[in-house]
Write a protein that binds this ligand. Sequence first.
Ligand code: AMP
Ligand code: MN
Ligand code: MN
Ligand code: MN
Length: 296
Amino acid sequence: MNAMVPHDLNVDLHMHSTASDGTVAPGDLVDRAASNGLQIMALTDHDTLDGLPRARQAAADHGIRFMNGVEISVSWGGETLHMVGLDFDADHPGLVAQLKQVSVSRFERGRAMDAGLVASGLPSVFDEAMAYAGNPNLLGRAHFARALVARGVCSHMQAVFDRYLTPGHPGYVAHEWTSLAKAMALVHEAGGFTVLAHPARYRINATAHWALLQEFMSLGGRAIEVATGSHSQDETRRYQRLSVEMGLMASRGSDFHCPKESRYDVGQAPVLPCGTWPVWAGYAERFGLTAGVAGH
Ligand code: AMP
Ligand code: MN
Ligand code: MN
Ligand code: MN
């Protein structure tokens, strides 16, 4: 491993704002990250680029190095997976058009989710969910979960997901997202690179998991998330080894959504273990951040 690989930089390449299902506005999120000492960041809202201009401006004000980001929902082998795109042109027409379609389909899915909840005997919370969605273009399950907690239907978000919003429950609506191949191609065409988000979270068997990584690599995928707020410590260790075995770079992110809900604050993402190849390795130099620690 390169002795100057900057493992010790404070990097967070996965976080959400009110542009998707986070509760902190993009500018405030960056202020929060700055007070936690963040040096390199990407805002990666679900299926939208709407928060990027404000976050980019706030990052510039604080001297934080900023990459455009997005966490795209994709369908693969009957499962929903998340693929993070980084450092792309946020004005790329193909990418912008694709995400616009997702916005419409999320709204329609929200209507169907609400109908399912009403059919199970709950009151309609569609309007409340829309009010929780800071961005009307990006309605998600977390907004319904917050609305149902506010109504007192459940005491916390996890319970709402477990009882209402996951497969087999009344508010869950199976949804066909864009394909992995198409989502990756759009990010690559827009000049960016792709990272498979929280690979330990997918409920697929070992064979499918292997096939997923092979397909991701053959489509030009660069990295997997190793250190993420969505992994346990054991999972982080497992994916550290896997990234080395497969020659994939490793990413790091808090997956922060909300001060009350999230395990890791923005700018306090779990640390990437030594012996990995950080996805920001080439950026540290370009950004003028060369605080590498010898021996990593
Ligand atoms: P969506 O993209 O609208 O299907 O919503 C997915 C989002 O819901 C995830 O990014 C999380 O923010 C949230 N989420 C999913 N599962 C859970 C869970 N079990 N508990 C809390 N939040 C969850
Ligand atoms: Mn989310
Ligand atoms: Mn995700
Ligand atoms: Mn996320």
